[in-house]
Write a protein that binds this ligand. Structure first.
Ligand code: FES
Length: 679
C-alpha cells in the first residue's frame, strides 16, 4: 500500500494517494474530480477554491492534522488581500498535500454544478455549456522560429488544455495581437465547442484574466411574444428575464395569416425576417442593460420557436409550411454565427443554436418542451399542452411519444377578445361569479385583493382595471357557465332568462358586464357573445388536437396533464376542465410547468449534452398532422359545447353542478366516461 498521503474529496467521495507537495488541483484532475480552473493553476482565477477539513473522520478512516496542507503561500496571501478568500477556503492550485486530508469542493468551484430550477417538477440542469473561458500563457514570437500569434495560441491550448482543432474568425484575429501584448502573453479566450466536440472556435479574446463573465440568451420566439432569459454561462443563474410583442403581428396575428401575407406580398418574408431580428436585438440590448451586462459578452443564444418563426428568423421563405405536405427547409438542429441572422447586439462571434423541429407544424418549441418535461421518460401517460397562439401538444410515456400542434389562435392570450389585453398589471386574471346573485368579483394582476375586498380600489389605483387577460377570460367563461349565465352551446342568456341586469343586450345577442369603470374614467369590461365564440374555437382546437393524439394511442383518458407556457402557468385547472379545454384528469393530476419551452431553451444553453439528447429524442417522436386528419374536424365540432358534449368532466361533480339551462341553441348531451384504454 502507498505510504503517500491520502486525499479524499467530498462530495464526490473520490480518493487517492499523492506524493507530498502535489497541488490539490493536480490531485483533483488525476482523480477526475470536478474542480474548476480557468487560469490553468496560475493563481489568477480563484475558480479552484476548496475547503479542507481537519480532525477525525471515522467514516473515511483518516485523521487530518492542521498541517495536512502546505501553509498559505504568497499567491493566496495576495489574493486574500485584494479580493478576500472566504474563511476556511484555499486555492486548490496553490495548496499542496502534506498529509492525509479531506477536501470539500464547494458548489461554486464545480464545473458541472447543478442549477436547481424553480418549478417543483423541474429537474436540475447540470452545467456544461458549449462556451467557456480559459486563460493561456502564449509563447512570445521569435524571429528565428517564425510563427503567427494564432498558431502559438493554438499550441498553448493544445499543451495547457489539451484542446485541439481550434480556429478563429476575423473579429478575433483583429483583437489577438494587441490583447497578447497588453496581457504580456497571457490572454483569456472564450471558446465555443459544440456537442460533437469536433472543432473549437475562439469567440473572443481579452488581455490577462477576463473578469467580465460570459453570458447566454435563451429565447422563446413565439408568434405573439418573444421571451428571453439572460443566463450566466458559468453559474447557470438567470440574471434577467424580459419579453416583448412579436412585431410580426402587424403582418398577421397567427401563423397561417403570416404565411398568407408572404404568398400575397412578394418580399413579405424579408420584411418579417427584418422585423423579428430587430426585435431580438432590441430585447438583447434591454435585457443586458437590465442585468448591467455588456451585450458584447453575450456569446451564445439558443432559440426555440415554431416552424414558421424558425424559417422567418433564418430568412427562409415559409411558403412551403402553408401547404401540404408542410415540408421544412431543414428539420435538423442548427448552429450558426449570430451575425448571419443580423443579431448584431450580441458579441461579433456569438453563436446561435436552434433546436430541431419535430415536423412541418411542430417546431423547435415543442422539442424544447419535450426537453424540459421529458415525456419520453415518464412512467405514466402524460399530456403536455403548451398553450399559445398555436398550441403544442405532446402525449406519451417512456414507450412512445406523439406530438401535434393545433391552431388555437390568440384568444387564450387575450387577443381577439373585446376587452382582452396582455397579462399585465391591471388585467383581470381571476373571476368568480356567485351562482345565486350572478354578481362577479375578480382580481387583477398586481394586487392580491379581490374586487369586493376592502382596500381593492386603493390597491389598484395605480394600474386601474384595464381589461381581461387570457386566464381571466377562461375563468370568466367557465364561471358564467357554472352560474347559469351561459348554456351548453355557449349562448349568453338575456336579463330575463338569467335574472340579472348584468346580462345586457348587444345587437342581437347578449353580453355580461364584468366591471363598469366609467364613473372613474375607466373602461366597461364585458364578456360578449363574440368573446365566447372565440374561446369556444380556441378550446375546441386545443381539445381536438389532444384527442387526436389519444386516438392514435387508443386511450380515452390520460394519467396526468401538464399545462405549459407562460399562460399555462396561470390557467386554473378547474376552469379549464369546465370549459372542456383539455381532456379530463383528476384535478390534482393537472399541474403547471411554467414556460417549459423557455426552460428547454435554457437547458440547451447550459448543457450541450442536452442538445444531443433532444436531437435524438426528436427523431423518435411520432408526429400527427392535425391539418390533414379528418377526425380533427370531428373532434373539433364535438368539443364546441361547454363542457365537451360527449366527454364531460365527471370530476366536476365534486366542485359544481352545471345548470342545465338552454337559451336557444341546443346544448350538448352528457355521455358516460369511457375506459382508460380501449380494448
Ligand atoms: S486555478 Fe485559477 S486560481 Fe487556481
Amino acid at each position: 500500500m502507498s505510504s503517500d498521503p491520502l486525499v479524499i474529496f467530498t462530495p464526490s467521495g473520490k480518493r487517492g494517494h499523492f506524493p507530498v507537495g502535489t497541488p490539490i488541483l493536480t490531485a483533483a484532475r488525476q482523480l477526475g474530480v470536478d474542480l474548476d480552473s480557468v487560469c490553468g493553476g496560475r493563481g489568477i482565477c480563484s475558480k479552484c477554491q476548496i475547503a479542507p477539513s481537519f480532525g477525525d473522520f471515522p467514516k473515511h478512516g483518516v485523521t487530518v492534522s492542521e498541517t495536512a496542507l502546505s501553509d498559505w503561500n504568497a499567491v493566496e496571501e495576495r489574493y486574500d488581500r485584494i479580493r478576500g478568500l472566504k474563511q476556511g477556503r484555499r486555492l486548490g492550485c496553490q495548496a499542496t498535500v502534506q498529509g492525509d486530508v479531506v477536501v470539500d469542493v464547494p458548489p461554486e468551484s464545480q464545473v458541472h454544478r447543478q442549477v436547481v430550477r424553480k418549478a417543483a417538477s423541474a429537474r436540475p440542469i447540470t452545467m456544461d455549456p458549449a462556451t467557456r473561458l480559459v486563460l493561456v500563457e502564449v509563447q512570445e514570437p521569435d524571429m528565428h522560429e517564425p510563427s503567427g500569434d494564432l498558431e502559438r495560441v493554438q499550441d498553448a491550448l493544445r499543451d495547457q488544455w489539451s484542446i485541439e482543432h481550434v480556429h478563429a474568425g476575423l473579429p478575433v484575429l483583429r483583437k489577438l495581437q494587441p490583447a497578447l501584448r497588453k496581457g504580456e502573453w497571457k490572454v483569456s479566450l472564450a471558446l465555443h465547442t459544440p456537442a460533437n466536440m469536433e472543432q473549437t472556435r475562439i469567440l473572443d479574446v481579452w488581455p490577462g484574466f477576463h473578469e467580465g463573465g460570459l453570458y447566454g440568451l435563451a429565447i422563446d420566439l413565439g408568434s405573439t411574444t418573444i421571451a428571453a432569459h439572460l443566463c450566466d454561462l458559468v453559474t447557470g443563474e438567470v440574471l434577467a428575464s424580459s419579453g416583448l410583442m412579436n412585431p410580426q403581428i402587424r403582418f398577421g396575428e397567427d401563423l397561417m395569416s403570416r404565411v398568407s401575407y408572404v404568398m400575397m406580398n412578394p418580399g413579405g418574408d424579408v420584411e418579417m425576417t427584418n422585423a423579428v431580428r430587430e426585435a431580438i436585438n432590441t430585447l438583447a440590448g434591454e435585457i443586458a442593460a437590465e442585468a448591467q451586462v455588456d451585450p458584447a459578452l453575450i456569446m451564445e443564444t439558443v432559440v426555440v420557436c415554431n416552424p414558421v418563426m424558425h424559417h422567418l428568423l433564418l430568412g427562409i421563405d415559409p411558403v412551403e409550411l402553408g401547404q401540404a405536405p408542410f415540408a421544412l427547409a431543414t428539420s435538423g438542429s442548427l448552429t450558426l454565427p449570430a451575425r448571419d441572422l443580423d443579431l448584431n447586439a450580441l458579441n461579433a462571434e456569438a453563436q446561435v443554436y436552434l433546436l430541431p423541429c419535430i415536423a412541418g407544424h411542430v417546431g423547435a418549441d415543442a422539442a424544447a418542451v419535450a426537453l424540459s418535461e421529458a415525456p419520453d421518460k415518464s412512467e405514466d401517460l402524460v399530456l403536455i399542452v403548451d398553450v399559445g397562439t398555436n398550441a403544442e401538444i405532446l402525449l406519451g410515456d417512456r414507450t412512445r411519444v406523439l406530438a401535434c400542434s393545433s391552431p388555437t389562435g390568440p384568444a387564450f392570450e387575450g387577443a381577439q377578445i373585446s376587452s382582452g389585453q396582455r397579462a399585465a398589471p391591471g388585467a383581470i386574471e381571476r373571476v368568480e361569479i356567485d351562482p345565486d346573485t350572478k354578481e362577479p368579483r375578480f382580481r387583477v394582476i398586481g394586487s392580491d385583493l379581490w374586487s369586493d375586498d376592502p382596500g381593492f380600489a386603493e390597491a389598484t389605483a395605480a394600474t386601474g382595471v384595464t381589461g381581461i387577460c387570457g386566464s381571466g377570460i377562461i375563468e370568466a367563461v367557465a364561471e358564467m357557465r357554472m352560474a347559469g349565465l351561459l348554456d351548453a352551446s355557449g349562448l349568453i342568456g338575456s336579463a330575463a332568462q338569467t335574472g340579472t341586469t348584468r346580462a345586457e343586450p348587444e345587437g342581437r345577442t347578449h353580453a355580461y358586464l364584468l366591471h363598469d369603470g366609467t364613473a372613474d374614467g375607466g373602461p366597461r369590461i364585458t364578456v360578449t357573445q363574440g368573446d365566447i365564440r372565440a374561446i369556444q374555437l380556441a378550446k375546441s382546437a386545443l381539445y381536438a388536437g389532444a384527442r387526436l393524439l389519444m386516438d392514435q394511442l387508443e386511450v380515452d383518458t390520460v394519467d396526468r396533464v401538464v399545462l405549459a407556457g407562460a399562460f399555462g402557468a396561470h390557467i386554473s385547472p378547474k376552469h379549464a376542465m369546465v370549459l372542456g379545454m383539455i381532456p379530463d384528469a383528476p384535478l390534482d393530476k393537472v399541474t403547471s410547468a411554467g414556460n417549459a419551452a423557455g426552460h428547454g431553451a435554457r437547458i440547451a444553453l447550459c448543457n450541450r449534452a442536452a442538445r444531443t439528447q433532444i436531437e435524438q429524442t426528436v427523431g423518435r417522436i411520432h408526429k400527427v398532422e392535425t391539418a390533414v386528419e379528418p377526425r380533427f374536424q370531428e373532434h373539433f365540432v364535438a368539443a364546441n359545447a361547454i363542457p365537451h358534449a360527449t366527454d364531460p368532466f365527471p370530476e366536476l361533480a365534486k366542485v359544481t353542478t352545471l345548470p342545465a339551462v338552454a337559451f336557444g341553441a341546443s346544448g350538448g348531451s352528457d355521455g358516460g366516461r369511457r375506459r382508460r384504454r380501449r380494448s
